[in-house]
Write a protein that binds this ligand. Sequence first.
Ligand code: AIR
Length: 170
Amino acid sequence: MTPAPSVAVICGSRSDLPALRGCFDTLDRFEIAWESSVISAHRQPEALAAYVRDAEARGVRIFIGAAGMAAHLPGVLASLTARPVIGVPLDGGALGGADALYSVVQMPPGVPVASVSIGPPGAKNAAHLAARILALTDHALAERVAVFRTEQADGAEVGIDPRAAAQGRQ
Ligand code: AIR
């Protein structure tokens, strides 16, 4: 039987899904059960409220909301649930994601959203942050997070030839 999702990833449009690939891959890497939905806070506000109620009842513990332009999705999620909400601002138009960043990060007091950086790097970090939160009460997951951190630390390259390294990147 597949475990009930503990992380729900919601984005405002199908056009956002490619930017979220790293989020889903990272959740998989940490063996965190997740589900994803496309529900716009502006276009489908009632469906969003109904979804959050249902997801909470099914045991979702963390919500990740990703949207571009006037990205109110994470903030609306935080208005609908007391569980942690992580917001991913996406680059959806003329302002290069700055519009979404300000919308996500500038929440009024009492309605918190943890904003990550713009676009795919932020999408990955949303999953890393969710893993760290869940690891507080999940020892096995804490071990997996520790392994990741060790592997990442092993990536330091001391005394490299910068020209060879640059070529190696091509
Ligand atoms: N969006 C959708 N509803 C509210 C917002 N802010 C965002 C989507 C997407 C952008 O608007 O998250 O990043 C453009 O959506 P679309 O569907 O026109 O491609």
